[in-house]
Design a binder for this molecule. Structure first.
Ligand code: ADP
Ligand code: MG
Length: 285
């Protein structure tokens, strides 16, 4: 079905990235919640139509680890993309995630990427803010590169700097599945340690290309986790775990059968803490 802005009440803004904003909205009759990403784009009608038809493939992306797509349309020069709302938000909101939670999260991320790769889709933007969680314990990927035209149009309108890019991508070499494995490693490094692996933000891209990849502190994490992250962050793309063997890594294997209730309980608790913090802030004002 088609989605129309007039069918929804816009409730609040969830966040904004480099190229637009995401709103929480509620369907007026069914009450179903949605996340609406709105991006202004100065492009022709023809390109608009092309983007909408390319996004149609999203209706076929059905997986418990991929965000559900409801529909998209242009209003004047703005595209609105409607997807499933995730009440735990994105992982960038949480730092120092314990390994016992990052384990099942990693299983979902690897499963989701393998699903996309099996459809010949590259994600192109793996990072903590594009990994969403909810209080049912689901972990889902969003914002993957489905429409070539949309990627192109966004690239022409916005300057994106992406700190999660693999060295070969920074250098303008071939972008491949291996580059996404790098971004998984950097994301897990940051989420577990609470800080971005590269400290030199002025020459960030040069550090990523020239320096030895940083290593996690071995005393704080399991051997398996440290190994998984450092294998993903190998500078030579082919040295990283092959896409088909990612799932076989001991770190992933430790968590393949974890119950979703573990992540669910963690998200519920984190949301409770976030709300308490917000209340505290409001009382101080
Ligand atoms: P970025 O991913 O660079 O942060 P986005 O514009 O893609 O920028 O998203 C902005 C924020 O909106 C995200 O950081 C995330 O917290 C939130 N968000 C995006 N999609 C959803 C969703 N489906 N459910 C809940 N929150 C979302
Ligand atoms: Mg995003």
């Amino acid at each position: 079905g088609k989605v129309r802005d007039s069918d929804f009440d816009f409730i609040t803004i969830l966040g904004s990235g480099s190229c637009g904003a995401v709103y929480k909205a509620k369907h007026k009759t069914t009450g179903e919640l949605a996340a609406v990403k709105v991006i202004p784009l100065d492009i022709s009608r023809e390109v608009q139509h092309q983007i909408i038809s390319e996004l149609d493939i999203l209706h076929q992306c059905k997986s418990p680890v991929i965000i559900s797509f409801f529909g998209a349309h242009f209003n004047d020069n703005k595209i609105s993309m409607y997807t499933e709302y995730m009440d735990g938000g994105s992982l960038d909101m949480y730092m120092h995630i314990p390994e016992s939670i990052l384990g099942p999260i990693s299983v979902s991320v690897v499963t989701g990427l393998q699903y996309l790769w099996s459809l010949k889709i590259l994600h192109r933007d793996v990072k903590p803010s594009n990994i969403l969680v909810n209080t049912a314990g689901s972990v889902k990927l969003c914002d993957f590169g489905i429409s070539v035209q949309l990627i192109d149009s966004i690239a022409k309108s916005f300057i994106g700097t992406n700190a999660y890019m693999a060295p070969e991508r920074i250098q303008g070499h071939d972008y491949s599945i291996h580059s996404e494995v790098w971004s998984v490693g950097v994301s897990l490094f940051e989420l577990s340690s609470g800080h971005f692996p590269y400290k030199n933000s002025l020459n960030l891209w040069r550090s990523i290309v020239d320096d030895d990849p940083p290593q996690l502190d071995k005393s704080s994490f399991s051997e398996q986790f440290v190994d998984f992250v450092s294998k993903c962050m190998q500078k030579v793309p082919l040295m990283r775990p092959a896409p088909e063997s990612l799932m076989q890594h001991p770190f992933i294997q430790m968590y393949v059968n974890t119950s979703p209730s573990l992540v669910a309980e963690w998200v519920v608790e984190q949301q409770r803490l976030i709300k308490l913090q917000q209340q505290h802030k409001q009382q101080q004002q």
